[in-house]
Design a protein. Structure first.
Length: 386
């Protein structure tokens, strides 16, 4: 563990002055620019606010030693190669104690062998089952994947909205293929035809030819899940420009604010969206105010979820009495139940699905956009939405 403050070319933060503290570096690898930037910057903000809390209180006391925390942050550009390069720097140069990220199935699949070999705890947003594989015991996930929330939410869409023929577009990579499989399986299980699927290369902005082909297959519902926030906004706007009048649904991955910003309120009116948690909590309002005061704009819903998981790692370190023994830290994290966070009490789940308990779980909801604001129309658990 390094004992001097690092000067980092990517990003660094160290808050407060510590006369006798050692320095512990925490790493971040996330898309801080491009289509997934809304999620990546939400992760970065979560880490910075968690570190601000600890450093502002005098540091992290573990096993009789106080640590001042610094952050080394790198932009993955939602690209597996860039994510692997960043993780190698975090492990071998920055000596990060743990890593927040990556986001996306493809980046996670590319780098998790490295983090596992080096016993680095990661907090990912990647939806691939690889994140929860038993052979990767240091990989934790802060947000629910489509595999978990998809079926209850999709069943609601099919039953309540009458979806029969569903179309969708997905990125042409590991992330998109994983999401496409989860979404198609969910709709088919609920009794709808979700075979109108096509793929695009990341960075594309003109979807009219692809959407025209999908619409021509007679769809009554379009599923946005799997696309980054800004891309989803483009899809909504171009769908409406093409005259599509059916339901547009976002089954997962908070993107509502960005969709509204890109598509505009008129095209977004009536959009059905996934909501990561109950937005009425006072604790959430306080966190959101703090986030917006610090960064401006709006807050992506991933932020309080990552903030909670990050604090669970710090709590695990304190209970284990070590910042270096990842096995001991993971064992203590497993004991945490009803852990209080901005978005509600968090617990671990996943034993019946993946054989491990490293998936953070907080109840979620379905919203519908009306006059530019999503309103809860159904609350959900692991079994159903109603």
């Amino acid at each position: 563990m390094k004992t001097s403050l690092l000067t980092l070319s990517a990003s660094a933060i160290a808050l407060g002055t510590f006369a006798s503290a050692e320095t512990m570096t925490v790493g971040l690898v996330a898309p801080l620019s491009g289509g997934g930037a809304a999620w990546g910057n939400a992760m970065k903000g979560a880490l910075e606010l968690a570190v601000e809390d600890i450093n502002g209180a005098g540091g992290l006391e573990v096993g009789g030693t106080t640590y001042e925390i610094s952050i080394a942050a790198y932009d993955s550009h939602y690209n597996p190669n860039d994510a692997v390069t960043a993780v190698n720097r975090l492990i071998y140069e920055d000596e990060a104690a743990f890593i927040v990220g990556p986001l996306g199935s493809a980046p996670l699949a590319a780098l998790v062998p490295v983090t596992t070999e080096n016993k680095k705890i990661t907090v990912t947003g990647g939806f691939t089952p690889i994140a929860m594989a038993e052979e990767h015991p240091y990989s934790f996930r802060a947000v629910l994947p489509t595999q978990i929330y998809g079926n209850p939410q999709i069943a609601y869409v099919v039953e309540k909205l009458g979806a029969k023929k569903v179309g969708s577009l997905f990125p042409n990579d590991e992330t998109g293929q994983t999401m496409a499989n989860d979404i198609s399986t969910g709709y088919e299980a609920a009794g709808a035809d979700a075979s109108a699927v096509d793929y695009y290369e990341r960075g594309r902005v003109d979807f009219v030819p692809l959407l025209t082909r999908v619409i021509a297959q007679g769809i009554d519902t379009f599923e946005l899940d799997g696309s980054p926030p800004q891309t989803a906004g483009l899809l909504v706007r171009q769908l409406r420009d093409l005259g599509f009048e059916g339901n547009i649904v976002r089954t997962g991955g908070d993107a509502t604010n960005d969709i509204l910003a890109v598509a505009g309120p008129e095209a977004s009116e009536g959009l059905y969206v996934h909501m990561e948690y109950d937005g009425s909590l006072d604790s959430l309002a306080a966190y959101e105010t703090r986030y917006i005061d610090a960064y401006g704009g709006t807050m992506n819903a991933f932020s309080p979820l990552f903030y909670t998981t990050i604090n669970m790692i710090f709590e695990g370190m304190k209970a284990a009495g070590t910042v270096e023994d990842s096995d001991a830290i993971v064992a203590e994290m497993a004991k945490l139940t009803d852990f209080e966070g901005p978005a509600g009490n968090a617990n671990w789940m996943g034993q019946e699905v993946w054989g491990v308990m490293r998936q953070q779980y907080i109840p979620y909801a379905i919203g519908q956009v009306t006059d530019g604001t999503p309103t809860v129309i159904a609350t959900c658990d692991l079994e159903k939405c109603e």
